[in-house]
Design a protein around this ligand. Structure first.
Ligand code: SF4
Length: 437
């Protein structure tokens, strides 16, 4: 097979720090070949695997690795290491385990790599620059694609307006330039981006065509910069987002925060009822915010290793509406890296993101900013702090990005309609400003 070239994000580092989170929070579906390989590895209880259950089970999606009652993969040892890896080497593990936290996405004839910020090491930028892992990532991409490689059609710019990968690359280069402007707060950088999307949405098909796109982009950017020449004035009570917008944001948070694992699936009807009730409480937004336990990765990486206390007390919805000092340079830098990785990896639209158009996908990505800051506020208020720390935001991002592009609930038409409705109401920017302060 010819060598596969993968575009990598420049700003991101990563290496695994064995929190064991991905081995508890993901169902690992395996191929028939992987099933045969694992069965041929001769596992016996003396290796430390559980004796009371099969190692592999067959579900709706095919064969997968089984889990213990506490949710851990049957091959996870007490030190957070994989027994297959320890006994037979990394290459003996299923591809899905070796791939995480990378995500490979098509971009025309080429490929791009994104990373999942649900891994605490990714969110904290721990390890070595991933550009140094090029050979490994390209080999994983080749294995994942095998003979299935074909050119994937670029998502529409907006519903019904065809686009191509070349124009998308040019658009993303302009967006990245805007997001790099560290002299401006992230809140202003995102308001500029939202205005650009609004203008692009209104552009005629001719203006967005291959011939004119090169002229359109600088003209739109000049308009955007004139509209937001510097940092905006402080958000006031008058700039508070509409009640319906804050409700829709809470609904989005409720969907992003939900982690379905083998352990929670086994919890059955009572858990499903509780989730339903929590969803209603998040929509209504009165009283105390429903508690949502941290996923294992966040508990190990942030609570046990970094001493973040986790939510100690019940927090009222109303407490999350005041300012929390969200726009510190280090928090802005975290979001900048996050957006860079998702943009560079094309992880926000098309086949990587529920077949969203480019504009709907970019708006969904921007909505991660107020959604993450809402959850970070909840963490800080639960510890009786009135100002956000970087760790609050890192932990919140690790929780929410788990589902970004991966939750079947977010694939529903109602989720896409919510993004479109917020845009029509012109409420995404107010949400960014309100929860970014
Ligand atoms: S979540 Fe990240 S740091 Fe934790 S075990 Fe998985 S890859 Fe390693």
């Amino acid at each position: 097979m010819s060598r596969i070239s993968v575009l990598l994000p420049m700003l991101q580092s990563w290496s695994c720090h064995n929190c064991g989170g991905c081995c508890r929070e993901h169902e690992i579906t395996i191929t028939e070949l992987e099933r045969q390989r694992i069965e041929g590895q001769g596992w016996v209880p003396a290796d430390g695997i559980p004796a009371d259950r099969p190692l592999l089970v067959r579900g709706a999606g095919g064969w997968r690795l089984n889990h213990r009652d506490d949710g851990a993969c049957v091959f996870l040892d007490d030190g957070g290491l994989c027994r297959i890896h320890s006994k037979h080497g990394e290459s003996a593990k299923p591809l899905a385990c070796r791939m995480y936290p990378y995500a490979i996405h098509p971009a025309g004839v080429g490929l791009t790599a994104s990373l999942r910020f649900s891994c605490p090491s990714v969110v904290q930028n721990l390890g070595t620059p991933i550009t140094g892992a090029r050979v490994e990532i390209e080999s994983l991409a080749a294995e994942a694609l095998q003979s299935k490689r074909a050119e994937v059609v670029c998502p529409d710019l907006r519903a019904g307006l065809e686009f191509d990968w070349g124009r998308l690359t040019r658009l993303l280069a302009w967006i990245e330039r805007g997001l790099e402007q560290s002299g401006l707060s992230m809140s202003v950088r995102l308001q500029r981006l939202l205005l650009l999307l609004e203008l692009l949405e209104q552009a005629s098909a001719e203006a967005a065509s291959e011939e004119s796109f090169g002229h359109l982009l600088p003209a739109l950017y000049a308009t955007v910069e004139r509209a937001f020449p510097g940092d905006a004035v402080e958000a006031s009570q008058e700039s508070r987002p509409q009640r319906i917008a804050r409700m829709m944001l809470r609904q989005l948070v409720a969907q992003l925060i939900r982690h379905d694992t083998a352990e929670t699936a086994a919890a059955g009807l009572s858990r499903r009822l509780r989730l339903l009730l929590d969803g209603v409480r998040m929509t209504v937004g009165l009283g105390v915010v429903p508690r949502s336990p941290d996923p294992n990765s966040v508990r190990v990486a942030f609570v046990e290793r970094l001493g973040l206390a986790g939510q100690r007390r019940g927090v009222r919805f109303s407490e999350l509406e005041r300012g929390f000092g969200g726009g510190s340079p280090e928090i802005d830098e975290l979001f900048h890296r996050y957006f860079h990785v998702k943009l560079q990896g094309r992880a926000f639209c098309g086949p990587a993101f529920y077949d969203y158009s480019v504009i709907d996908g970019l708006r969904s990505l921007v909505l991660m900013y107020p959604a993450v800051l809402w959850v970070a506020r909840l963490r800080a208020a639960g510890e009786d702090r009135g100002v956000l720390q970087l760790r609050d935001v890192q932990a919140a991002l690790a929780v929410l990005d788990h589902n970004f592009g991966y939750s079947p609930v977010l694939a529903l038409r109602s989720s896409r309609r919510r993004v479109q409705q917020l845009a029509q109401l012109q409420q995404i920017a107010p949400l960014v400003v309100w929860y970014g302060r």
